[in-house]
Design a protein around this ligand. Structure first.
Ligand SMILES: [Zn+2]
Length: 308
């Protein structure tokens, strides 16, 4: 079973500054942790992804927003909102982050790597169709879902988001498409303030799981998997995408969930088991949050081990 670890050197060119929680050190921590696990390192396919094209970005974003990101980066940078920085290298980084996920979808569908983890930044799940938000510029995972349908002719795609924050951007980019189902578990009340359980989207294809912080970790695992099972009752996904945010770990500076490595492993295994029953085990996972770099590196290794 071939599992890919996909990244792109340009993801390091998104320069938010070291004082920003979403800094380049996050991404550097992942290969560092991975090299400590020689056995895992040896079984992974290590791939450099590609850049998404502007027409691929338009699968989920307004073309004038895409052009605005490119122009802002070309002009040396700026800010999309108070938290969302654009630097000179951000266009290259953000198109690479999205492109890695699209590559992972291709690999999964043609069988070269049935499962992948994309170590990318900037993250994507807060990016709106026409605006950057919450450290995110393009909706990497939402784009992957639309791309799987457009490029590979899939109908049913499931997105599972266990970042501690609501994937409001992903929801905005997929909720109009009833055959992309979206399950998001997130701390509540918390940034960005959306994601109430009653918010099911216009086609009831969204399962939001708002949870208090500080609960016993098993509660989060159980709640998320119950929502995944509800979302897939009588509906079999052909591909599973994961918004793997590791700010849901205990001690994250931007979250109050309590997951430990064993819960990352349990969630990953549960998704893989289900995907094996549904769709030949096809899972494409992409990094979202996770702001304690050492823990993030360890979590990615744990996640990859469980994907293998
Ligand atoms: Zn987050």
């Amino acid at each position: 079973m071939s599992i890919a670890y996909i990244s792109h050197s340009d993801c390091g060119r998104h320069d938010t500054g070291w004082g920003h929680p979403e800094h380049v050190g996050r991404l550097r921590a992942i290969p560092r942790a991975l090299r400590d696990d020689a056995e895992l390192y040896g079984v992974l396919q290590h791939l450099e992804g590609r850049h998404a094209t502007t027409s691929e970005l338009a699968l989920g974003h307004a073309p004038d927003y895409v052009a605005r990101v490119e122009a802002m980066a070309a002009a040396g940078g700026g800010r999309m909102d108070e938290d969302t920085v654009v630097s000179e290298g951000s266009w290259a980084a953000a198109t690479a982050a999205a492109g890695c996920v699209l590559d992972a979808v291709d690999l999964s569908m043609d069988g070269r790597a049935r499962r992948s983890f994309c170590a990318v930044r900037p993250p994507g799940h807060h990016a709106l169709p026409d605006a950057g938000m919450g450290f995110c510029l393009f909706g990497n995972v939402a784009l992957g879902a639309h791309y799987a349908r457009e490029r590979h002719g899939l109908e049913r795609v499931l997105i599972v988001d266990w970042d501690v924050h609501h994937g409001n951007g992903t929801q905005a980019m997929v909720e109009h498409e009833p055959d992309i189902r979206f399950v998001s578990m997130h701390q509540w009340p918390w940034y960005p303030g959306t994601g109430a359980a009653e918010d099911r989207g216009p086609h009831r294809s969204v399962w939001n799981v708002p949870m208090a912080g500080g609960l016993p970790p098993e509660r989060y695992v159980t709640a998320l998997l119950a929502a995944v099972d509800a979302a897939t009752s009588g509906w079999t996904p052909q591909l599973v995408l994961v918004s793997a945010g590791f700010d849901s770990l205990r001690g994250d500076p931007l979250g109050g969930f309590t997951l430990e490595m064993e819960h990352v492993a349990a969630l990953t295994r549960a998704v893989v088991e289900r995907a094996t029953a549904w769709c030949d085990g096809r899972v494409v996972s992409a990094l979202e949050g996770g702001y304690a770099p050492e823990r993030l590196g360890e979590a990615c290794v744990t996640h990859l081990r469980a994907l293998v």
